[in-house]
Structure formats: C-alpha cells, structure tokens
Design a protein around this ligand. Structure first.
Ligand code: COA
Length: 180
C-alpha cells in the first residue's frame, strides 16, 4: 500500500523545483520524484519502439505510433532524464476514451509507473469522456490487476482479438471504467 505522500507526489506531474533540489541537495530527492510525464514526440519513437519490442510478443511497429501521433491521440510518456520508462496512448471520440497501449519497460515495471501513466490518461479523459474502454489478454494477469485496482469492470470478450503463437488468436477481455 503506498503512503499518502507517494500518492500526492504522483499527482504532481512535474515540478521544476525538483530538478533544482536534485542538483543542489542530491540526497533529498528520490528517483521516483524525478520521473516526469510529458507528451510523446516523433523523436521519441526509436526508444519507444525498443521498449515495445521488449515488452510484447506481438509489438506495434513504428508506423502505428506515427499514425497515433498524426491522429493527435493522447500519446504520453514517463521519463527520467533522457530515458523513457513507459508510455500510454489513448483515443477519444463521442464521449468515449479508449486506451490503445500502456507499456512500461520491463526493467522499470512494478514501481507504480504504469499506474501513474494510466491515472494521468484518466484525468485527461474525464474532461470530455464519460466512459473509458480497453482490451487485455486474459493471460496478462499483471495488467488485469492494475485495471481492477483502478476500478475498471470486465464487460465482455472480443473473440480472437489478439494474434497468438503459431498463427492462432487469443481473445481480448474488454474492460470499462465510468468516468462521471
Ligand atoms: C501492465 C503494465 C503496464 C503495468 O505497469 P507497472 O508499472 O509494472 O505497474 P505498476 O507498478 O503501476 O502496478 C500497479 C498495480 O498493477 C498490478 N501489477 C502490475 N504488475 C503486476 C504483476 N506483474 N503481477 C501482479 N500485479 C501487477 C498491481 O496490482 C499493482 O498494484 P500496487 O501498486 O498496489 O502494487 C506493465 O506490466 C507492462 O508494461 N506490461 C507489458 C505491456 C502490457 O502488457 N501492457 C498492457 C496491455 S493491456
């Protein structure tokens, strides 16, 4: 269970003072305090694609990320210095937000970064959407527990939604979150 202080720190996307304190009093600022969220740029895509390839058995290619940027989807990342740690992509239309990708570099997982990115996308979606949707593989128990803990409900199954080994397909579980 994370403490109240951690939750408050997560709420602050980026505080320029933190970098100042990190330089002047290096021991006073933790690694997590220096992680910041910002919008994805085209120049981030080589790092993003490397994380994508190391995280998914069937990763997106670079052109899909380019399309997401072209479509002006909400494309956000979490970084520490020059290193990208994770990213999330969300589309929004007619009152519905859809999480298209949420990914944290394998070596950076289980530190609250996935939750931080998802909570940020939820805060953006709340301004103009009433519901948020996402799909997840039934085998992806880590992601499912994240979605459960945030309050998503399983609402259905998309048959054969995902590619799987040997040309087979895996179902996608559909999750929804009420934003109102
Ligand atoms: C799913 C993913 C984004 C989670 O990111 P993360 O930064 O590791 O997750 P967090 O540290 O924010 O964890 C938040 C919660 O998720 C759950 N969780 C995350 N990883 C878990 C795991 N491997 N096993 C069990 N629970 C896990 C826990 O409930 C955790 O709660 P806690 O904060 O109380 O411990 C990350 O594992 C990932 O990128 N996986 C590969 C890509 C992927 O599958 N994306 C989802 C596609 S639908």
């Amino acid at each position: 269970m994370r403490g109240l202080l951690d939750r408050l720190k997560d709420f602050v996307i980026y505080d320029a003072d933190v970098e100042f304190y990190a330089k002047v009093f290096p021991d006073s600022v933790g690694r997590k305090d220096l992680m910041r969220l910002r919008k994805m740029k085209r120049s981030d895509l080589s790092q993003i694609v490397a994380i994508e390839k190391s995280s998914y058995p069937f990763p997106w290619e670079k052109d899909i990320f380019q399309d997401c940027l072209n479509m002006r989807y909400e494309c956000w990342l979490c970084e520490l210095g020059d290193d990208i740690l994770g990213y999330g992509i969300m589309s929004m239309a007619v009152g519905e937000a859809h999480i298209l990708n949420l990914c944290v570099s394998p070596k950076e997982q289980k530190q609250g970064i996935g939750r931080k990115i998802l909570e940020h996308l939820i805060s953006i979606a709340k301004k103009e959407a009433e519901q948020m949707f996402l799909e997840v593989r039934p085998s992806n128990t880590g992601a499912i527990s994240l979605y459960d803990s945030i309050g998503f409900n399983e609402i259905g199954v998309r048959k054969g939604y995902y590619p799987a080994e040997n040309g087979k397909r895996e179902d996608g579980l559909m999750f929804a979150l009420e934003l109102l």
